[in-house]
Ligand binder design. Sequence first.
Ligand code: ADP
Length: 313
Amino acid sequence: MTQTPAIVVLGSLNMDLLLRVPRVPGAGETLLGHSLQLLPGGKGGNQAVGCARQGARVRLLARIGRDADGQALREALARDGIALDALQQDETEPTGRALVMLEDSAQNRIVVLPGANARLALDDAALARQLQGAQYLVTQLETPLPVVLQAVAAARRAGCKVMFNPSPMLPLPDALWPQIDTLVLNEVEAAAYAGGEVATPAQAAAAGRALRARGVAQVVVTLGALGAVTVEQGGCRFQPALRVRAVDTTAAGDTFTGALAVALAQGSSLAQAAARGVRASAVCVTRIGAQVSIPTAAEADAQPEALPAQDLP
Ligand code: ADP
């Protein structure tokens, strides 16, 4: 039997203000919305929940404010069994917030106010303890870059693999790429970091190869409703997405990343892990909201099998 994987997630926590609208208003236009909900989100929290619901033991390194949003986020994460001993509370900055405008067409537009996330600070000695025994550090860029770089370096020293989701896009130091075991990014990010257009599996494979040439070991480019492309030493493969009726793609990439990390930590191949990511994220897009839409392992298992992956030249 495989041991329960242990994963440390470093990242943001936001309270999402989910505003459902028939369509987004144009400049100077006012329109009536359908509803406004407050729901737990933030890429760090979403990825932590994504890992926990796939059966991993998860510790989250994050920062909230001393306010009701922070308390609500803390309680939601605790219900998923996520270890919060390293969760920090800022005395002055509010908990991060994201305004999510979701159209009837399932298109979303998101603005993030980082708040306490921008003041996340880590201590090397504590980090070494927190990473002990973990197979993966999973992190993104909604927390300050110096902290992300510090955690990546600490993970390398601790013998813990690094899964990095470079979102939102930022200029990154060249020295970071060789420290990444698994890079997960969407088509827009792949185009920006690698250069060139990324709309097809073949273009995603080319972007993945360019990023591997900078020193990344494995690259996964997600292509929304198309699926995902894996790029590693053994070659490139396209894993088609499941066909579902998407109502909200918020947290689809985070759900994919969480499922990918857990599968890899359990010893799956990159292709098997991508198939797992595709099945979990297919459930996520059929539900509205970020953390509330992330499926459990049993819910992902109830999905049809993923279509076979195709080798790419
Ligand atoms: P991000 O949310 O980071 O932009 P993507 O939009 O590429 O990431 O979505 C991540 C994964 O979620 C995709 O690789 C795919 O497996 C799944 N997914 C996204 N949109 C859909 C959709 N409309 N139908 C089925 N699966 C989807």
